[in-house]
Design a protein around this ligand. Sequence first.
Ligand code: NAP
Length: 300
Amino acid sequence: MSTDTAKIMDGKAIALKIQTELADETSRFIQKTGVTPCLAAVLVGVDAASEVYVRNKQRACKRVGLSSQLHKLSADASQQSLLDLITELNNDSQVHGILVQLPLPAGLDSTQILDSINPQKDVDAFHPENVGLISQGRPRFLPCTPHGVQQILDRCGIELSGKHVVIVGRSEIVGKPMAMLLINRDSTRGPQAANATVTICHSRTTNLAAITRTADVLIAAIGKANFITADMVQPGAVVVDVGINRTAEGLVGDVNFDDVSTVAQHITPVPGGVGPLTVTMLMHNTLTAARIQTSNAAVE
Ligand code: NAP
């Protein structure tokens, strides 16, 4: 089926709805346990985009009823000082989730830093233990951006079970974990939001457009402005744009929105698409982290 103008999947509105649901859950959790879930954000150096992301995360914490901390280190902070801060946060029972805002300044080993986070506080789900649990289909935390994409699709009534999903991008943060969530047998939204047949493409993929044109659902996580054009999209497909690219015209996605809107059935905008969901799913994970740590404390 082709359409003249795609239906917009409003990530901002969906994110606010989920935040209202999370606020209810958080308030019930606090009433029951007396514990306020807390997210500690670590920001190293001065990067305008990172400052905005961290501020958005802190504002979302406030809306949901979570507490938050911000730990700022200067750009010349040493690897050891960052590791010491993580150890301090790992040992602080008032802190349930730890988030290190990426990218870190050049010279810092982000893999070592991320691996040093207590897996039970790893609300970004980057720690190898959490990635392993996700790949085995028994996640502790769900990766924020992929989980957000799954939420948008399901809440817009897009069934994924049995569908061909093509993901362009194989990063550890988006493409790869996205595929893992969608091939699982079940999801937080039920089996209809999983059980997809997934193809992952990357920069070495040959004949990319021929593959993307076979997608019922196309997910772009490339990092190249306006890369996906209408000729790469099957008429009637659902298109999710994860990309965030800063250009002279402002923020744009990886999908040429105006062009692809003429063939797609559903599409996410940038901004106002996946971005607000990523922040929201971080709130979801912080509440999950507090639940895990509180029930552990009750057992000890
Ligand atoms: P990344 O680590 O740079 O990965 C980009 C992926 O795109 C790589 O796998 C790369 O292939 C692939 N790629 C690059 N050029 C390609 C081409 N010409 N054809 C096919 N594949 C190509 O980026 P990322 O962290 O996944 O982020 C992707 C985008 O999403 C960025 O714009 C980022 O800002 C955005 N993002 C948004 C959110 C959100 O909340 N909305 C969250 C995270 C990221 P190779 O592996 O072969 O190099």
